[in-house]
Design a binder for this molecule. Structure first.
Ligand code: ATR
Length: 272
């Protein structure tokens, strides 16, 4: 069988957990392939990679920060899901064409439903309007939430997303006000990540039934999640979303759908 290559491209990319995750599935399913991490460096070298990788035997790539929007722009064809967010985190190289998809929406939806929140959340506040926010907004809308708010240090970015997706912008200074009716709080910023400043936000007024999601994966439990857990609230870090967005990527390249999500999440929890 021909060796097929797949990879994740981002910048920086050293900390990516995707190679360990996909390599686990490649081995488990006996696929003749390898999955590596490629530093996309800058926009020009990213373009060059997308142009040259198909002829080097690549079946496709995952794309991560900061190239998801450029990846979308470079595609010859795009799925409806990619169109709905305007970014692509999955590229499939097929018949000389680059096909762009977005599996972050389904990834977030699957991760959210694995929390089995009861009653289902009706209101959410999203902190941050960077690269991860659009797919999460679409996922929340698809999940039927009635009210979605977004707040961001740079107000213009929150307002832009609020207008595009018809949700409610909140000023950054007001980010921890009126939390009493919020069922779901989601941090999509880099605040609280190892080496970054903490998320400076008082969330003690969230109702007891509220759930808190932080899409950060290092550390596994940010101060935001620790505080919520200590208050008895349900919490989730970024690993379930990572695994659930990876499943359809693997399936798109190899035609096999991994179905060991809980074990895969546990595997990543145990990695350094
Ligand atoms: P990008 O915006 O390039 O996609 P990202 O890592 O996806 O980058 O997003 C970073 C997010 O973390 C943004 O919401 C960013 O806020 P700004 O849009 O105002 O930059 C947020 N962020 C990063 N550092 C921050 C800080 N010190 N205080 C508040 N928000 C911060």
């Amino acid at each position: 069988m021909v060796m097929r290559h797949v990879a994740v491209i981002g910048h920086p990319i050293g900390q990516s957990k995707s190679p360990a995750l996909h390599t686990r599935w490649i081995k488990a399913h006996g696929v003749e392939a390898d999955y590596t991490a490629i530093d996309g460096k800058d926009e020009d070298s990213f373009r060059e990679l997308i142009r040259t990788l198909p002829e080097k035997g690549y079946a496709g790539v995952n794309v991560t920060i900061p190239f998801k929007q450029l990846a979308f722009e470079l595609c010859d064809e795009r799925t409806e899901r990619a169109e709905s967010v305007g970014t692509a985190n999955l590229l499939v190289f097929h018949d000389g064409k680059v096909i762009g998809d977005n599996t972050d929406i389904a990834g977030f939806r699957a991760a959210l439903s694995s929390m089995a929140l009861d009653p289902a959340p009706r209101t959410a506040r999203i902190i941050g309007a960077g690269g991860a926010a659009p797919a999460i907004i679409v996922a929340l809308k698809e999940s039927g939430l009635e009210r979605i708010e977004i707040t961001n240090r740079t107000a213009s970015k929150a307002i832009e997303l609020a207008e595009r997706f018809e949700i409610k912008p909140i000023g950054w200074a007001a980010r921890d006000t009126k939390l009493g009716e919020i069922d779901l709080l989601i941090n999509t910023t880099s605040l609280g990540m190892e080496g970054q400043p903490p998320l400076d936000m008082f969330v003690g007024s969230l109702p007891p039934h509220a759930a808190v999601i932080d899409i950060i994966t290092t550390p596994r439990e940010t101060d935001l999640l620790l505080g919520a857990r200590e208050r008895g609230q349900k919490t989730m870090n970024g690993l379930p979303m990572l695994v659930h967005q990876a499943v359809p990527s693997f399936e798109a390249w190899f035609g096999i759908r991994p179905d060991d999500e809980p074990a895969a999440i546990e595997f990543l929890e145990g990695l350094k």
